[in-house]
Ligand binder design. Structure first.
Ligand SMILES: *Cc1c(COP(=O)(O)O)cnc(C)c1O
Length: 482
């Protein structure tokens, strides 16, 4: 994809693909949207697709697959053990990442389960640039302590820093000096830092972390789920590396780490995941657990169809025209929102556009869940489903009080090659309307709250009748229009 200058003045992202299979969508009326969000307990995870116009919940497992990926799914070698499909996947991974051992799993968090079981020692630290929800839960269940060593600008919502996902190397060194290397189970860096707005990590940051890890013999583990976005940003934002190929950059990343793991729901556009390493001892330790939690070593919970599509998907991830489609659409959306004065995380990252609910709803108390309220309000106003990434996505403190998130985000994921520009423009328009009417939006409170990862199944209700008022205003402004 590329931004192309139009004769009539606009400069727009132009798709480098054509759509050859489509799915019908409905935009249900605003009254139905009000009812649907109530039925879903104001939790967008609990909405049903029939009520959703644009599903911007996540990029996980919902990126469009290519014609070649779909074709590959017909030529699989199905067998429990020793399938040729698995060998093709293993070879492709070795070709791209330069690592010999590959453990297949059913999705990204399964890697986190195995890695935490194998390597998290009780009461040790696991320093990282930033946590991811399921990562943190797995580490904590196994008695480890998550330490986030980000740089101060990581949480600045308005910024021009190109790599806000970097780990703070000075804090890392200080931790090792003060606590000792044996108090650290492993160091983790997440590419394309999910929870702070899909912000990338510089290649040098991976390299330097790898050097420190080797010096103190601490394992260095990279979460490469969002590597496609991160790779695009290294190519476009880092003078030092922009002339290297995507394959060369990927190899440097992989060489810096002892273990790389990923969700193939994002990296590779299928439904699966995997752990990669050259460390035979680590491989053997993980391999012992693989059949217990995932499946035999040549499928690990994935279907052979998905594995065959992954071979093609990983290859296509090395194609800049493919990986830039997400970030370029996201940049378009963020730039337009900035022009309209809507608070949004800058610079644009990967994964999606991230509305800054902390600023958007500064009149709503943080204990009434600003990002969750904004997610519900946007759904009512547009039929667009986003994901709360704020306090609701955090676990409560031991004393039962809320742990306020450092950032309150409404993530609007733009899975690759799924939406058209007019759909993105529609979303921008409804956000602009919502911003204009933001004072009508109120807060939420829990009425059903699971103990772990409450954002998945928790249910909330509005703290006043603000949703009805929002619908009234919508109807006044848009008339009979949906
Ligand atoms: C999505 C994601 C995961 C978990 O992957 P699943 O396939 O959803 O289990 C882990 N880490 C990061 C950074 C992710 O974005």
């Amino acid at each position: 994809m590329a931004n192309i200058k139009f004769f009539l003045g606009e400069e727009l992202p132009l798709e480098m693909h054509k759509v050859r299979m489509v799915q019908r969508l409905d935009l249900v009326p605003v009254e139905r949207r009000l009812k649907a969000i109530e039925e879903a307990g104001n939790n967008t995870f609990l909405l049903y697709n029939k009520d959703i116009y644009l599903d911007m919940l996540t990029d996980s497992g919902v990126n469009a697959m290519s014609d070649k990926q779909t074709a590959a799914m017909l030529t699989v070698d199905d067998s429990y053990a020793g399938s040729a499909t698995f060998t093709r996947l293993q070879d492709k991974i070795a070709e791209i990442f330069g690592k010999e051992y590959f453990l297949p799993v059913h999705q990204g968090r399964a890697c986190e389960n195995l890695l935490s079981l194998a390597f998290v020692k009780k009461d040790t630290y696991i320093p990282m640039n930033y946590h991811f929800t399921t990562t943190k839960a797995h580490i904590m269940i196994n008695g480890g302590k998550v330490l986030e060593l980000f740089l101060p600008d990581a949480l600045d919502s308005v910024s021009s820093k190109p790599f806000k996902g970097n780990i703070d190397l000075n804090q890392l060194q200080k931790l090792i000096d003060e606590e000792g290397a044996d108090k650290i189970s492993f160091i983790r860096i997440e590419a394309g830092t999910n929870l702070i707005g899909g912000q990338p990590v510089a290649l040098d940051n991976f390299i330097e972390t790898g050097k420190i890890a080797r010096k103190y013999k601490i394992p260095f583990i990279v979460d490469a789920s969002l590597w496609a976005d991160n790779l695009h940003f290294i190519k476009t934002r880092d003078e030092k590396y922009k002339n290297l190929s995507t394959r060369e950059i990927t190899r440097i990343l992989s060489d810096s780490a002892d273990i790389v793991y990923f969700s193939a729901r994002k990296l590779g556009h299928v439904r699966g995941g995997g752990i990669i390493t050259n460390d035979e001892a680590a491989y053997k330790k993980l391999l012992e657990m693989l059949p217990l939690y995932e499946g035999f070593s040549t499928y690990g919970g994935m279907s052979t169809r998905e594995m065959e599509a992954m071979v093609v998907g990983l290859d296509e991830t090395m194609d800049e025209e493919m990986i830039n489609q997400g970030p370029i659409f996201i940049k378009y959306m963020v730039d337009e929102l900035v022009k309209l004065g809507v608070p949004v995380i800058t610079p644009p990252g990967g994964l999606g556009a991230h509305l800054d609910a902390m600023a958007f709803l500064d009149h709503v108390p943080q204990k009434e869940y600003r990002a969750g309220s904004l997610a519900a309000a946007l759904y009512i106003a547009s039929g667009v489903r986003g994901m709360e990434r704020g306090t609701i996505s955090e676990e409560r403190e031991e004393d039962g009080s809320d742990h306020f998130a450092a950032v309150e985000l409404l993530r609007l994921a733009l899975p690759r090659r799924v939406f058209t520009l007019s759909q993105v423009k529609y979303t921008i328009d409804r956000i602009a309307w919502l911003y204009e009417n933001r004072k009508l939006i109120g807060g939420l409170e829990f009425y059903e709250e699971p103990k772990v990862l409450r954002f998945f199944f928790g249910k909330l209700k509005p703290t006043s009748d603000w949703q009805e008022k929002l619908v009234e205003k919508f109807k006044a402004d848009f008339g009979d229009s949906l």
